[in-house]
Design a protein around this ligand. Structure first.
Ligand code: EPU
Length: 340
């Protein structure tokens, strides 16, 4: 049980940013994880916990320890009349887990197919797509406290899930490692096809009463068309959150931009950041190796050899352009790690 020194991180982040970690380890059990944590605490080194590396940017070399928990296993651990209680270990790949649940006829996660990353990282930003988010199915989770190595359970409510948010991005940021996640999945299929792209995709294939498998396949087809494959073009999915503004702000924006894409939510409205970025002239535009993707402006891509600084330069330029044109501040979705 030893740390690897001077570990390259290029292949461990989907944006493909070149960086190194001073120390790296991928513990395969909770016991091993606790041992590594004790060693990190004893040496007083900065720690970063890595999942699938799909929602982060390295701003430079990481001067401490990168731990990438490799805990695996999926099991049905209980059931009620309508639900299965399914537990998955944190190191499982999210997409593989979703496909496994479908093969087992455990339903509910089909719309979340092809999201990169791991099961352990999924609650941190409450991953979501096509009208479904983790919050709809999360039952509870187990996490290890970094400082003490103690294991604690969090109920769904204690995770405080919001739009791409949770307690693990706020007060508890950097304090816990999620080791196991439990989901309540449905025994009877109840597909959610309200999202326009899904409806269209199913209609194009003449599917009227889709099965969960067909919904998953529709999502996979849409994502494959719209989002670049990280192995071909480095990226971290949506780079900014869709901004939520007051309903009044949307009204005043509508006067200048009648075609603005927005989703009203009571007193507030969520704006399509991709539309704002495109309208601000940034779709497909780049500075050096980093640019906005030409098929989905909300995704920033690495055309090759990008550093964290290159990414942040483009991110700031886009934020500035959108702020100037619409008076709306875009908030980054990926987390930034590196030297302080
Ligand atoms: N749009 C444009 N130009 C663009 C891109 C988008 O005008 O270049 C407009 C279109 O009108 C489109 C609307 O924006 O109808 C919304 O675009 P899309 O359906 O692609 O979804 P999104 O809002 O850009 C969000 C999530 C995605 C998720 C999709 C589908 C966020 C930040 N992103 O993207 O999540 O897959 O909806 O549900 O909420 C991620 O978080 O990494 C991610 C990929």
């Amino acid at each position: 049980m030893r740390f690897i020194e001077n570990q390259p991180l290029d292949r461990l982040n989907t944006f493909g940013i070149t960086a190194r970690a001073r120390f790296y380890a991928a513990p395969e059990s909770e016991v091993e994880l606790a041992r590594f944590l004790r060693s990190v605490t004893a040496r007083n080194l900065p720690l970063m916990v890595l999942g699938g590396g799909s929602n982060l940017i390295f701003s430079g070399d990481f001067p401490g320890v990168v731990l990438q928990p490799a805990l695996t296993g999926v099991a049905c651990i209980g059931e009620s009349a309508d639900h299965y209680l399914v537990e998955a270990a944190g190191g499982e790949k999210w997409h593989d887990f979703v496909q496994y649940t479908l093969a087992c006829h455990w339903y509910g996660l089909e719309n979340l197919s092809l999201i990169p990353g791991t099961v352990g990282a999924s609650p941190i930003q409450n991953i979501g797509a096509y009208g479904v988010e983790i919050a709809d199915h999360l039952h509870s989770l187990t996490a290890m406290e970094i400082a003490s190595g103690e294991v604690r359970e969090f109920s769904r409510e204690e995770c405080r899930l919001g739009y791409r948010e949770s307690v693990f991005k706020q007060e508890l940021r950097g304090r816990y490692i999620i080791t196991r996640v439990r989901f309540l999945l449905l025994k009877a299929a109840a597909v959610r096809t309200g999202y326009g792209d899904i409806r269209q995709e199913l209609a194009d294939h003449g599917i009227v009463q889709p099965t969960p498998r067909q919904v998953a396949d529709a999502v996979i087809a849409i994502r494959t068309r719209k989002l670049p494959l990280p192995s071909v073009l480095g990226n971290a999915g949506s780079f900014f959150k869709n901004p939520v503004v007051a309903a009044g702000k949307l009204e005043s924006l509508r006067q200048h931009f009648p075609e603005i894409v927005a989703y009203p939510q009571g007193e507030q409205a969520k704006l399509a950041a991709g539309w704002l970025i495109e309208k601000a002239g940034w779709k497909g535009r780049r500075i050096g190796p980093v640019g906005s993707y030409n098929k989905q402006a909300l995704v920033l891509v690495n055309h090759g050899g990008a550093t964290g600084a290159d990414v942040m330069q483009v991110a700031h330029a886009i934020q500035q352009a959108v702020l100037q044109m619409f008076g709306v501040q875009l908030e980054m979705e990926p987390q930034v790690y590196g030297p302080d």
